[in-house]
Design a protein around this ligand. Structure first.
Ligand code: FES
Ligand SMILES: [Fe+2]
Length: 442
């Protein structure tokens, strides 16, 4: 077995994974630059913004950022770190601001990041402070896809729609199902959990195998209102270029097994018929999408109307930001039912959420042992199997439910990015990334 630093796979067939990618602090620092600073990162949904100065705080990799709506309706993404001593200039999750004034010494920045004023400037600096050189750093590229706001630190990256590629065929089912669009319900849930972020992202990309075991107690608890409706035998995992992946089943009326009222069930049936008119039947009424991940850290639960981001907080920790994204065409009673359904299952205290997070926590912990770290992990499910011909219209590579094709695609993309040092990294040794930020934000 050859453990090659920076490459996820421990074998030439790419069916085994080197466990150090879940625990090694040097690899962790490298992936913040090589993976996160070179990818399009999802930050917020446009429905969270209504007027100039509306903002939303989040992260790009480990960097705190503020997404701010500008007067012309565009968005700027500001690095949330004062140029004086680094204090966060905004300590709120969201709101509206005319300026961002640092609480430490009072430097104030406009909503486009430019330095507006400095207290006692003449006494402190004379004429020596060039405002144009000391504004907040801004992400060089910000683009949207059907309401989803993404940004990147990489000025050379392909346009967002190209980066998403064939994943848009699947993503549209969540974000563009009918002519009325969708919007974020209430706010954004944020919580921290133990575990390496990749275990969460890869599970959402391609793991339906875990459900029967991990969520058994939840299945049993929900049995009274499931009416015996189970997913069909036939399903799929679909992976597309760029490390993105998702999975689902052949069509079945999943909304009739959630304990919804007849009003909600009727609305759902009609909704999917409308979606079929807009998007075609193959991805609406002939299939049910369940889970997915847009590389690197945006994950989706299609059947729970849900988006989430896994923000890395060290090799063994992550911060989850979680949105309930509901169709605007849904009447209030339906929106409330869908919101409660999401919260019951996948909020911080949701039953399924707790099931999953327990697995990521203990897997991360045990992968970091002295002996366990030497043993590769099995990622070979479905390797060498022919394509699943049951979903002929689906783009990408399609396999059955019992496949780790998407996890392998995720780590293939991760390895490609990790193979090339980021220009802001130190040029020698394996010290943490502390190089000049100029290469990142230029
Ligand atoms: S750290 Fe912001 S003004 Fe000093
Ligand atoms: Fe799960």
């Amino acid at each position: 077995m050859s453990l090659q630093r920076g490459r996820a796979f421990a074998d030439d067939d790419e069916t085994q994974i080197d466990r150090s990618i879940f625990s090694d602090p040097v690899l962790y620092r490298q992936e913040i630059g090589r993976v996160f600073a070179r990818s399009w990162l999802f930050l917020a949904h446009e429905s969270q913004f209504h007027k100039p100065g509306d903002f939303h705080s989040t992260y790009m990799g480990t960097d705190p950022v503020i997404v701010v709506r500008q007067k012309d309706g565009s968005y700027k993404v500001l690095l949330n770190s004062c140029r004086h001593r680094g204090m966060r200039v905004c300590r709120y999750d969201s709101g509206n601001a005319k300026a961002f004034t640092c609480s430490y010494h009072g430097w104030a920045y406009a909503t486009d990041g430019s330095l507006l004023s400095v207290p006692d400037e003449t006494a402190a600096y004379g004429e020596g402070l060039d405002h144009s050189a000391w504004g907040l750093a801004t992400a060089p590229r910000v683009e949207t896809y059907k309401g989803l706001i993404f940004a990147t630190w990489d000025p050379e990256i392909p346009p967002l729609v190209e980066y998403l590629g064939d994943f848009t065929y699947y993503l549209d089912v969540l974000v563009d199902p009918d002519e009325e669009g969708c919007s974020v319900a209430t706010g954004v849930h944020r919580w921290r959990m133990q575990g390496n972020w990749k275990l969460a992202a890869e599970q959402f990309a391609g793991d339906m195998y875990h459900a029967a075991s991990t969520h058994l107690s939840a299945f049993i608890a929900e049995a009274p209102h499931s009416k015996g409706i189970r997913p069909p035998e036939r399903g799929f995992q679909a992976g597309v270029d760029g490390g993105h992946g998702l999975g689902g089943y052949a069509a079945y009326p999943y909304w009739q097994s959630q304990g919804f009222s007849p009003e909600v069930e009727d609305w759902m049936g009609a909704f999917w018929e409308r979606a079929a008119q807009r998007l075609g039947r193959a991805r609406t009424t002939d299939a049910v999408f369940i889970h997915g991940t847009c590389f690197p850290n945006l994950s989706l639960l299609f059947n729970r109307w849900h988006l989430r981001v896994w923000h890395p907080k060290g090799p063994d920790s992550m911060e989850v930001h979680s949105w309930s994204l509901l169709p605007n065409s849904a009447p209030p009673a339906v929106r409330r039912a869908l919101l409660l359904d999401y919260q019951r299952h996948f909020s911080a205290s949701g039953t399924w959420e707790q099931d999953d997070s327990e697995q990521w926590n203990y897997s991360t912990n045990s992968n970091d042992g002295f002996i366990t770290a030497k043993l590769p992990l099995h990622y070979g499910m479905g390797a060498g199997r022919g394509p699943n011909k049951g979903f002929p219209e689906f783009p990408g590579t399609v396999d059955t439910v019992y496949s780790e094709i998407n996890q392998r695609g995720f780590y293939r993309r991760w390895s490609e990015l990790m193979a090339v040092p980021h220009p802001a990294e130190p040029t020698t040794g394996e010290a943490p990334v502390t190089g000049s930020a100029k290469a990142v934000i230029a």
